[in-house]
Design a protein around this ligand. Structure first.
Ligand SMILES: Nc1ncnc2c1ncn2[C@@H]1O[C@H](COP(=O)(O)OP(=O)(O)O)[C@@H](O)[C@H]1O
Ligand SMILES: [Mg+2]
Length: 320
């Protein structure tokens, strides 16, 4: 199953625009960070102990049981620093194929930072450092021979704020397949655009106005357009950072239904501040606290029988 950047004929070589697009998206994502996250981090205090539920960091509860057999991502002892400030501490977790992993935890606990480790987007932030091991399909993503633009093409990313390109609906979806040289004819490109929009549940709403600007759609439609754009390049994994936080409940429900359909094909890692959403869309949940992975396991189990006091406090609303 191991794939190297060189053995995938559908994506021979990636021109600079892919990196530019990733960086533009990155800047967009950075807008989500700021003083609120900092305030959240400062306000949080681990609560006291209570019978039976240990509160030690690096607890074995943070380890999967049973282990994931053929993980898409395998992360071991991942540490990440913004300058001198450590944002992630010894994160060890696996991402399973064809499953949704939800990452929950108080604001500022490192969820977005961890997500950005997975596609090396933190590399675009000056003065950052990541240590530890992350493999994608068994391949070390930090290995010197890895082409970062090519790596990011294998990992789709959907952000908090829908960020369609300032182009037509058609071009938003066609852009990736075109720059990755995935199609030989206009008919093939049309087919990818149509099938991606259909799978994203947007085709019927936009088929008569494919040349209209993507930015003219409603927020929920824009987010589904961004998902269509992501799946058009056939990624192996989709990362989503609070993809519904700017959407109304109806649009949120549509995107959640879509996530549920997409998991038949993709590994999905979703950051969400909504525990209800984590419970609805994910099969496994990871709880982060102050840069540490406190607990990970089957979503049903995490929400009904958390093993760690900090997880319990969070899901019962005692803090966060
Ligand atoms: N670009 C950045 N530069 C410096 N510190 C950052 C940056 N992005 C995030 N941080 C800090 O790293 C910690 C984790 O942030 P983040 O991953 O955004 O948390 P979450 O997504 O869980 O809210 C926070 O203390 C935050 O202030
Ligand atoms: Mg975040």
């Amino acid at each position: 199953m191991n794939k190297t950047p060189d053995n995938n004929p559908s994506r021979p070589s990636l021109p600079p625009p892919a990196a530019d697009a990733a960086e533009a998206a990155m800047e967009e994502a950075l807008g989500a960070h700021g003083s609120a996250a900092d305030r959240g981090a400062r306000l949080l205090k681990p609560s006291g102990r209570r019978g039976g539920i240990p509160a030690e960091p690096h607890s074995p509860l943070a380890l999967d049981s049973p282990p994931i057999a053929h993980p898409v991502f395998h992360c071991k002892d991942v540490n990440m620093f913004y300058g001198a400030k450590q944002a992630l501490k010894n994160i060890t977790l696996d991402v399973a194929p064809r499953q949704v992993l939800a990452m929950i935890g108080p604001s500022g606990c490192g969820k977005s930072t961890f997500l950005r480790c997975l596609n090396r987007m933190n590399d675009t932030i000056p003065n950052t450092r990541t240590t530890g091991t992350i493999t994608l399909d068994g391949q070390d993503i930090f290995a010197p021979e890895v082409d970062v633009a090519q790596l990011r093409a294998r990992i789709g990313m959907v952000f908090q704020k829908p960020n369609p390109f300032p182009k037509s609906i058609f071009e938003n979806v066609a852009y990736g397949p075109r720059i990755h040289g995935m199609t030989r004819s206009r008919a093939e490109l049309d087919e990818i655009v149509c099938s991606s929009l259909t799978r994203a549940g947007l085709w019927d709403e936009v088929k008569d106005r494919l040349n209209a600007p993507g930015t003219g759609l409603s927020g929920g439609q824009q987010q589904r357009l961004c998902i269509a754009r992501t799946i058009a390049v056939q990624p192996e994994v989709i990362l989503m950072d609070e993809p519904c936080s700017a959407l109304d409940p109806v649009a949120t429900a549509r995107v959640e239904d879509l996530i549920d359909e997409l998991r038949a094909q993709y590994a999905i890692v979703i950051v969400t501040h909504s525990m209800q959403q984590a419970a609805r869309v994910s099969q496994r949940t990871a709880y982060f606290h102050l840069g540490e992975l406190i607990e990970i396991g089957e979503t049903d189990r995490i929400f009904t029988n958390p093993r760690h006091r900090l997880t319990e406090d969070y899901i019962t609303g005692r803090f966060g």
